[in-house]
Design a protein. Structure first.
Length: 44
């Protein structure tokens, strides 16, 4: 669950930087593939 929490923080940062469409898509993808959280986290 720590990974999900960390990604949630990253998602809010991306929203703050104005990447809401990308972060929204990435967040949806991450929820479906929780094992890829770290990949998405480092990808942005």
């Amino acid at each position: 669950m720590d990974e999900i929490h960390d990604f949630g923080t990253a998602a809010m940062k991306m929203l703050h930087y104005g990447r809401s469409p990308w972060s929204s898509d990435a967040f949806q993808y991450t929820l479906n593939c929780s094992s890829r959280v770290k990949i998405q986290f480092f990808q942005f």
